[in-house]
Ligand binder design. Structure first.
Ligand code: NAI
Length: 467
């Protein structure tokens, strides 16, 4: 096995940035270069304002940048210099063509692979870090092998990333496991050993697991599908709780005490978001259908159907509780990111709910501690519809504080579980609002009884006693 001294990472996004910054931090003897074709993103990585927010990330980047961690748009140079290359580019759901709406778009992965094949002048270990459909490594291998030249070989590994946004740095520091898939040939095993050695600088040996390439690829899709399924399961139960008078938090707690079930990831909410869960399940659905397993495809599809139902159920509850009309009513939306401690809004349930409110002609005041006004308007307008941006500006205001968003509102919706929302001056907010003042807690983070004492009418997801 070769000893890795130079690593390149193609794709400076939510995965490439944090993972390779952590490698630089833990392996001072390895030079890490993170490259991207997006100049603006690279400039931000090289500035004081990083392009993504993750607790603990800035400290690590500032410590390593310019020493053994570099951000650049010179992709070819990074490829030529590296012994090992992570491919961490985006793999979004295809919008058109075969598999539209389900299949992963592998255009970016393939262009990177072809780039590596054409510019490399020495042997490389190519590591698939992006989440890809099962057997993508095979396609990458075929492209690389067809381009190998005498004295130049390519080995391919699958090393899916399990970090969760919002806790990326601690997940990377202490991963539950690191999975490295390889071919079972002596060369494949040697490449695997080289990457194991990189991780062994901080990850205990027993946490690094070697598997075949296909198992590794499928594990990533499977893990996300199972996680999302837990959320959809508890959300399905939350609907029953609201009708029967049961309390979803009590049900989740008592179920979670069963050691076979476990307590984590059983929090009912307005629905899951993020760039991965939906995309990866759709990918699994597409895979199942391509393999002529329609029952399996239907099973996983239902996880997404339940999530859509949960978001629209919440939005409809707001309208029906506000006497069946929210036209021209001021609604405060607290939280726009898809979860706390991130500024990421991809597939955020908050956008779905706000779009629904727009259709109902409400006036929406949004506050999120980490999402920019520009991003919120991008997410709430239809790209290409000319007048929509102007219409959105009339209907939507982005505020600098929760208090500002809530002042004069008739209803407040909690759509992201930011800790600061638990500590707001609720009596002052109550005073500033039109009455009856309503709170719709889509994340189950507020103490409803205390709010009711102040005078609020309160709806919490999955609680039988409401308003
Ligand atoms: P992202 O969209 O934030 O970053 C991808 C970057 O790759 C972009 O900056 C883009 O400009 C760059 N890129 C695309 N093609 C390129 C090319 N040919 N050359 C150079 N740069 C190129 O995506 P993110 O969130 O980092 O996800 C990357 C992959 O990791 C996806 O497959 C995703 O499913 C997976 N993943 C994401 C997780 C997350 O929490 N976001 C967690 C685990 C896996």
């Amino acid at each position: 096995p070769i000893k890795v001294t130079k690593i390149a990472c193609i794709g400076a996004g939510y995965v490439g940035g944090p993972t390779c910054s952590m490698i630089a931090h833990k392996c001072p003897h390895i030079q890490v270069t993170i490259v991207d074709m997006n100049q603006e993103r690279i400039d931000a990585w090289n500035s004081d304002t990083l392009p993504i927010y993750e607790p603990g990330l800035e400290e690590v980047v500032k410590k390593c940048r310019g020493k053994n961690l570099f951000f650049s748009t010179d992709i070819d140079k990074a490829i030529i210099e590296a012994d090992l290359i992570f491919v961490s580019v985006n793999t979004p759901t295809k919008k058109t063509g075969v598999g539209a709406g389900y299949a992963a778009d592998l255009f970016y992965v393939e262009s990177c692979t072809r780039r590596i094949a054409s510019v490399a002048t020495s042997s490389k270990i190519v590591v698939e870090k992006s989440t890809v459909p099962c057997r993508t490594a095979q396609s990458m291998r075929t492209i690389l092998e067809a381009n190998s030249r005498p004295g130049l070989r390519f080995d391919i590994l699958s090393n899916p990333e399990f970090l969760a946004e919002g806790t990326a740095m601690s997940d990377l520091d202490k991963p539950d496991r690191v999975l490295i898939g390889s071919l079972s040939t002596p060369e494949g095993r040697a490449a695997q050993t080289s990457l194991i050695e990189v991780y062994s600088n901080w990850v205990p040996k027993e946490k690094v697991i070697g598997t075949g390439l296909w198992s590794s690829e499928l594990t990533k899709l499977a893990a996300n599908a199972i996680l999302a399924q837990r959320i959809s399961s508890i959300n399905a139960l939350s609907a029953i709780c609201e009708v029967t008078g049961a309390d979803v938090d009590e049900v989740a707690y008592a179920c979670g005490l069963d050691s076979r079930i476990g307590p984590k990831f059983l929090k009912s909410s307005v629905g899951f978001g993020g760039s991965c869960f939906q995309k990866d399940i759709l990918n699994l659905v597409y895979l199942s259908e391509s393999l002529h397993l329609p029952e399996v495809a239907d099973y996983w599809r239902q996880v997404i159907t339940m999530n859509e139902y949960q978001k629209s159920r919440f939005a409809k509850t707001v309208v029906s509780s506000m006497f069946n009309t929210i036209t021209n009513k001021k609604l405060a939306v607290l939280g726009f990111a898809f979860k706390k401690d991130t500024g990421d809004t991809r597939e955020t349930p908050s956008a779905t709910v706000c779009r629904f409110f727009r259709q109902e002609n409400a006036k929406i005041s949004i506050y999120d501690p980490k999402v920019s006004e520009k991003q919120i308007f991008l997410d709430l307008t239809e790209p290409g519809v000319v007048d929509d941006a102007a219409a959105a500006k009339k209907q939507v205001t982005v505020c600098q504080s929760a208090m500002e968003a809530c002042t004069g509102a008739e209803g407040i919706c909690i759509l992201t579980e930011w800790d600061e929302f638990k500590q707001l001056d609720w009596p002052a907010i109550y005073k500033s609002m039109a009455k009856p003042a309503m709170v719709f807690d889509g994340r189950g983070i507020l103490e409803a009884d205390k709010l009711r004492e102040i005078g609020f009418k309160v709806f919490s997801i999955g609680k039988g006693v409401n308003l």
